[in-house]
Design a protein. Structure first.
Length: 238
């Protein structure tokens, strides 16, 4: 499933990106914008946004950048009208890919997305071509620690649907409507590290590929994530 899949399959890409400050800020901006679009721009009423802001501040992101991201996502930035649009396509090996964007110019964005797919040996699909392989879920990724049992207990009590135990992380899945309650419960545990928290598309139909193809798909994901308008890239590579 794509929610925890990217933590294993493209981990080295994430590590490389996070080594650069500009990439770190870009990651925070996207997390803040996603949270603000999903739950509103008031962090007091939006635990996902509150957590995203805390992470950004921890990496010394200026408050002006944080506020601009919130204003942009909620439509409060003067002169900027943004639209949410999702593109569907196939990567190398037929891997299904969903690209969620926030843009003020759909023509520019689709041209950049199409070019990225074509350059990687994939193709941009039509609406509905791969969407049936994904569903919306709340995903909370937590570093494993001696508090794993407490995390799982609180998450289940708050309404979590499933918890995947991986080597380095716990991946907690929720229904979209239960996401905030579960996030609040998990975040109340002192000393834990939440690596990711949002409501996102996750794959329900996984595709097995060889190592060479996986590397090509990872490169496509990296190129897509470098496009300014891209908010999230979700795939079904196993």
């Amino acid at each position: 499933m794509a929610g925890h899949n990217k933590w294993s399959k493209v981990k080295h890409i994430k590590a490389k990106e996070d080594a650069k400050k500009s990439k770190i800020f870009t990651k925070h901006v996207r997390a803040i914008m996603t949270a603000a679009r999903q739950g509103g721009g008031n962090p007091d009423n939006n635990p996902a946004l509150r957590l995203a802001i805390e992470r950004a501040k921890a990496d010394s992101m200026p408050m002006s950048n944080i506020q601009r991201a919130i204003d942009k996502a909620t439509g409060n930035l003067e002169g900027v009208v943004l639209s949410e649009v999702t593109y569907e396509g196939y990567g190398p090996g037929g891997v299904a890919i969903m690209v969620e964007c926030l843009t003020d110019n759909k023509n520019r964005t689709v041209a950049e997305i199409r070019h990225a797919f074509k350059k990687a040996g994939g193709s941009l699909g039509t609406s509905g071509s791969v969407a049936w392989m994904f569903e919306k879920k709340g995903i909370i990724v937590v570093n494993r620690s001696y508090k794993d049992e407490e995390i799982m207990e609180k998450a289940i009590e708050a309404g979590a649907d499933d918890i995947k135990e991986m080597d380095e992380v716990l991946v907690i899945e929720t229904a979209p409507e239960d996401f905030n309650a579960v996030l609040e419960a998990v975040n109340s545990i002192e000393g834990i590290e939440i690596l990711e928290s949002n409501v996102q598309l996750t794959a329900t139909n996984l595709s097995e590929v060889d190592d060479e193809t996986a590397e090509k798909v990872e490169r496509l994901i990296e190129v897509l994530e470098d496009i300014d308008d891209v908010q999230n890239v979700i795939h079904n590579m196993a």
